[in-house]
Design a binder for this molecule. Structure first.
Ligand SMILES: Cc1cc2nc3c(=O)[nH]c(=O)nc-3n(C[C@H](O)[C@H](O)[C@H](O)COP(=O)(O)O)c2cc1C
Length: 217
C-alpha cells in the first residue's frame, strides 16, 4: 500500500544569532528521504505561505474565497495518510511558525490519521520539551502522535545542509533511531487508511455548529 505523507517544517527563522538559521531544514530533509523510500512525501515549508498580518483560519473563509495556497494545503492535508511535524524548541515549547501554520486548518482535516513528532536543537536537549507540548497540540488536532519520537540534539553536528548524516556520526545508528518512529507511523497510517477505506463515512463528525458542542451537559 503506497501512502502519502506531509512533513511539516517548523522554522521560518531568518536570524543569526543563534547560528545556523533554519537548522530544521536538514532534519526535515532526512525525514523526507527516509519516508520517501516507501511513500509519497511532500515537505511543507512555512516560508511558502504568506501568513503575516491578521490571523484568519482557512475554515473561516466562505467556500472558494480562501487564498489559493491555503486551499491547496487544506486539500493536501485532507488527502494525506499521515504527518511528520518537525519542530525546534523555542522557549521550551513548539515553534510558533509550526503552531501558526497548523492553526489555519480545522482538526477534521487531520482526523483519523497519525503523526510523528520530530524535534531538534542546536544545544544538548534535542527539543524534548517542545515534544511534550506537541503531544497535546497534535492530539487536539486529531492526528494522534505515535509513541516513539525523534529528538536530534546539536543537529548541526549530526546532519549536513543536504539532509545527509555527517561522516563524523554513526549513520546506521541514527537511521535506526529515526526508523523506529517512522515504522510506527507507517503502521498506524496503513491501519487508519484501511479503516477509512472501510468505514470512512462513519468517522465521528467535527463540531461544525458551535464549540459548545464539546461541552459536558
Ligand atoms: C526564540 C528562540 C528560543 C529558543 N529557545 C530554545 C529553548 O528553549 N531550548 C533550546 O534547546 N534551544 C532554544 N533555542 C535555540 C534553538 O534550538 C536553535 O536556535 C535552533 O537552531 C532553532 O531552529 P531553527 O534554526 O530551525 O529555527 C531558541 C532559539 C530561539 C531563536
Amino acid at each position: 500500500m503506497k501512502l502519502d505523507y506531509l512533513v511539516f517544517l517548523g522554522s521560518a527563522r531568518d536570524s543569526t544569532p543563534p547560528r545556523p538559521a533554519r537548522l530544521g531544514l536538514r532534519v526535515a530533509r532526512r525525514v523526507e528521504a527516509l519516508l520517501g523510500e516507501k511513500a509519497d512525501v511532500r515537505l511543507v515549508d512555512p516560508l511558502d505561505y504568506d501568513l503575516a498580518g491578521v490571523f484568519k483560519p482557512h475554515f473561516a473563509y466562505a467556500r472558494g474565497a480562501a487564498p489559493r495556497a491555503l486551499d491547496d494545503l487544506a486539500r493536501e492535508i485532507a488527502a494525506a495518510d499521515g504527518y511528520v511535524m518537525v519542530s525546534p524548541e523555542y522557549n521550551h515549547s513548539l515553534s510558533p511558525a509550526l503552531a501558526h501554520l497548523l492553526n489555519h486548518f480545522g482538526a477534521s482535516l487531520f482526523a483519523g490519521k497519525p503523526s510523528a513528532i520530530v524535534t531538534y536543537s542546536a544545544g544538548q536537549w534535542g527539543g524534548v520539551r517542545a515534544a511534550v507540548a506537541m503531544r497535546a497540540f497534535l492530539s487536539e488536532m486529531g492526528c494522534l502522535p505515535v509513541s516513539a519520537m525523534i529528538h536530534v540534539p546539536k543537529a548541526q553536528e549530526v546532519l549536513g545542509d543536504d539532509g545527509e548524516f555527517l561522516a563524523s556520526v554513526d549513520a546506521d545508528r541514527w537511521t535506526g533511531y529515526f526508523e523506529r518512529s517512522l515504522a510506527q507511523l507507517r503502521w498506524w497510517a496503513e491501519a487508519a487508511r484501511r479503516q477509512r477505506d472501510e468505514h470512512g463515512e462513519d468517522f465521528p463528525p467535527p463540531f461544525a455548529r458551535d464549540p459548545s458542542q464539546r461541552n459536558a451537559p
